[in-house]
Write a new protein. Structure first.
Length: 285
């Protein structure tokens, strides 16, 4: 894990990030979008045409399963891919597939996509801890089905906690770090910034769900892909990146399915239902 320098007090860190946030807001109107879109994790899925054969190599370096789909617009290649795709790779599993290919097209392109987890494992939800340290108190600024941004299948049951720039984000349950993006600097109150937020994705094998923690500051993750975390562990620093008009933590719980992940309702410690966490409500450990 990577942490904040121990010689810095928490208050000085928060003041520093708050000062940066104020300056950031003044620049947003003229700040261009980043040139590149970052990935949560680099996967070495690849393919090649060798000696009249199609060879597909799938690599899973993660402590979670991966559900992998391979497709091609070339009909002959697509028929070959159907022999093994889609496939679920176990944690840390690599697989190589080789089939004869004598098609007329010269090396047709193949698209390989992956999603975290095994969509055919059962989901068991348990109460989660709040994604911030004990002793802290925060207001809900957007709950379920919020009109600002919680209105798609991917975000419908997300909850926004009023963490300020520089506040500590904690894991909501035991699990593994499977995705980290922390290279973005800016954000703004415009949907064009939706794909440019820093965030962390955790996989929770005992429940077969994912949790995501969004809008971190630049370089605001204190964990790395592959790390093991426990509920309540510090994992990141809250920020103001991506599509947002105010500093906060966007917390989302996701199911794992063959057609992708979807936002799902959540229960927290002490019997608190996520449905109760409406805008303006204060919560604390």
């Amino acid at each position: 894990m990577r942490g904040i320098c121990p010689c810095q007090s928490k208050s000085s860190v928060i003041r520093t990030f708050s000062f940066l946030a104020i300056g950031m807001l003044g620049l947003l109107a003229c700040t261009p979008l980043p040139k590149d879109k970052l990935r949560q994790v680099q996967l070495a899925h690849t393919y090649d045409y060798r000696n009249d054969s199609l060879v597909v190599i799938l690599d899973n370096p993660l402590p979670s399963p991966l559900y992998v789909k391979t497709t091609s617009e070339d009909s002959q290649v697509q028929n070959i891919l159907k022999n093994f795709s889609p496939i679920t790779l176990d944690p840390f599993q690599d697989s190589t597939f080789s089939y004869s290919y004598t098609g007329e097209s010269e090396e047709p392109k193949i698209r390989i996509s992956s999603t975290f987890g095994n969509p055919f494992d059962s989901m068991t939800q348990k109460a989660l801890v709040y994604p911030f340290p004990k002793g802290r108190k925060y207001k809900i600024i957007q709950g379920y089905n919020g009109g600002f941004s919680h209105n798609t299948d991917y975000s419908r049951y997300a909850i926004d906690f009023s963490l300020q720039v520089g506040d500590t984000i904690c894991a909501a349950a035991d699990g593994y770090v499977v995705g980290v993006i922390e290279g973005y600097k800016h954000g703004g109150n415009d949907r064009k910034w939706r794909d440019y937020a820093n965030f962390i994705t955790l996989y929770h094998p005992d429940m077969n769900i994912l949790t995501q923690y969004v809008h971190l500051v630049e370089n605001g993750s204190i964990v790395e892909v592959g790390d093991t975390v426990h509920g309540g562990d510090p994992i990141g620093v809250s920020g103001l990146t991506g599509f947002t008009s105010i500093s906060h933590l966007h917390f989302n719980v996701l199911s794992i399915g063959p057609d992708g992940s979807k936002s799902i309702p959540v229960d927290f410690e002490n019997g608190v239902s996520g449905e109760e966490l409406k805008r303006g409500v204060f919560v604390s450990h």
